[in-house]
Write a protein that binds this ligand. Structure first.
Ligand code: HMG
Length: 430
């Protein structure tokens, strides 16, 4: 590969880039076909979304069923590569008594960092000018203000390290149905010269914070003892499942090693819907994990308790900076389809759905983990995948998968061994 062939790559048309790529990496005809095959995201749109596009990268797009949120039924699109996540969310939703939700106003934080200041004096100067700064900020995005959003407050904190004082100014902005980064970044950049004038310091960073503590969504539901017992097909009593899940929750509260995996289970569902709706999953991920340690210890993002009847109550409270206007949500045809099937009008509606999914996903994993173990359900759905990786044809795939599940060994080595036995006419009896 000659790296010079890629110079000015971004100035080329997609087909020219594909040709350079194919030539420099000596791609086969089959590779080239893969590269040039268009899917639901047309190349022309992809090319406007990111730089140096040569193709698109599809993920499975599946529908989670059975969700009832605030009395309304939903079918929820997931974009995800991991088996069993969609099935688990659908199962958790089916077993639940329906989700009740709420969401904060969509207020995001823009940070302005000021250095070379006497912290205490500079803080007073900014606080004194709060009203004036807010009225100026209100003129920056009149459309946002017209839709009921706009700057709401300014707060100031003095930070300090070995180099001296710094101001951390927070501009709080109601960004309505936007994720908010563009509106906030514009406002903080325009405010910066005024801040320098007021403080005599130097503004360095002017940027949104992804720790969206003011923009959280909450969801709550109950899983009755009866539905929990039924979910184990009579193997466990409902009371025992409730206690097992509460013990699993205690574990996540007690150790960060478990809390991290517990929260990963929540993000399985959250990321899948965030991606399916064209939202920024990195912003959601960083915000969620930062919020998980906001009180000091890294903690689970869900809570579980027992109600008076001994049923399991699950709750989630999580920052969700989501947008319906702008970004990929507006231009990606499948993201548009996702929004359409969800039938939502505001970013807050989406946040409530996604919070419910996070709770359902976490419950599903805890239920499986604390009863039969994760491998049965997860591996049942993963087995066909492994069989294919081991070289099984379409006809062989299900037989190999079934055989692996029966033996309790779901891995590529076992799949290859079963395939070999099948193909050489050996006995498959275990
Ligand atoms: P099951 O009890 O064998 O399922 O559970 P079932 O056949 O009785 O079906 C119950 C319902 O599940 C179905 O209802 C469907 O809604 C759904 P129905 O429609 O039949 O009335 N369902 C499916 N939906 C779509 N496709 C399917 C399918 N099968 C069932 N093929 C199940 C099976 C997989 C649901 C269960 O074992 C389960 O929930 N397991 C948990 C799996 C899981 O959490 N996976 C996430 C990945 S693991 C991970 O990364 C996170 C983790 O580390 C996090 C943590 O540690 O906390 C575990």
């Amino acid at each position: 590969m000659d790296k010079e062939a890629f110079s000015g790559f971004y100035k080329k048309e997609i087909n020219e880039r594909q040709e350079i790529f194919a030539k420099e990496f000596d791609l086969s005809e089959e590779d080239k076909k893969l590269l040039t095959k268009e899917g639901p995201l047309p190349f022309e749109i992809a090319n406007k979304m990111v730089e140096n596009v040569v193709s698109t990268f599809p993920l499975p797009y599946g529908l989670a069923t059975n969700f009832n949120i605030d009395g309304k039924d939903y079918i929820i699109p997931f974009a995800i590569e991991e088996p069993s996540v969609v099935a688990a969310a659908s199962n958790a939703a089916k077993l639940s008594s329906g989700f009740e939700t709420s969401a904060d106003d969509p207020v995001m934080i823009g940070q302005i960092q000021v250095v070379n200041v006497d912290g205490a004096k500079a803080k007073v100067a900014v606080e004194k000018a709060r009203e004036e700064l807010l009225s100026f900020a209100t003129t920056i995005d009149p459309i946002l203000v017209k839709f009921g959003g706009g700057p709401k407050d300014i707060t100031v904190e003095v930070l300090n390290d070995e180099e001296g004082d710094m101001l951390d100014i927070h501009l709080l902005v109601d960004v309505r149905d936007a994720m908010g980064a563009n509106a906030i970044n514009t406002m903080t950049e325009k405010l910066a010269p005024k801040i320098e004038e007021l403080t005599g310091g130097k503004v360095i960073l002017r940027i949104i914070s992804n720790l969206a503590i003011y923009r959280r969504a909450q969801a709550k539901t109950t899983w009755t003892k009866e539905s929990l017992a039924a979910s184990t097909k009579g193997q466990f009593k409902g009371e025992d499942v409730v206690d097992a899940i509460l013990n699993a929750y205690r574990f996540a509260n007690a150790t960060q090693f478990r809390a991290t995996t517990h929260n990963k289970g929540i993000m399985n569902g959250i990321d899948a819907v965030v991606i399916a709706t064209g939202n920024d999953f990195r912003a959601i991920e960083s915000g969620a994990h930062s919020f998980a340690s906001y009180e000091g210890n890294y903690s689970p993002l869900t809570k579980y308790s027992k109600d008076k009847e001994g049923n399991l109550v699950g709750e989630i409270d999580i920052p969700l900076a989501l947008g319906l206007v702008g970004g990929a949500t507006k231009v990606h045809p499948l993201a548009q389809l996702s929004i359409k099937i969800l039938g939502i009008k505001t970013a807050n509606d989406l946040a409530k759905i996604i919070a419910s999914v996070g709770l359902a996903q976490n419950f599903a994993a805890l239920r499986a983990l604390s009863t039969e173990g994760i491998q049965r359900g997860h591996m049942r759905l993963h087995a066909a995948n492994i069989a294919t990786q081991a070289g099984a044809s379409k006809e062989e795939e299900q037989i190999v998968a079934q055989k692996m599940i029966e033996t309790g060994e779901v891995n590529q080595g076992k799949a290859e061994e079963i395939l070999k036995t099948m193909r050489t006419g050996g006995s498959l009896a275990s």
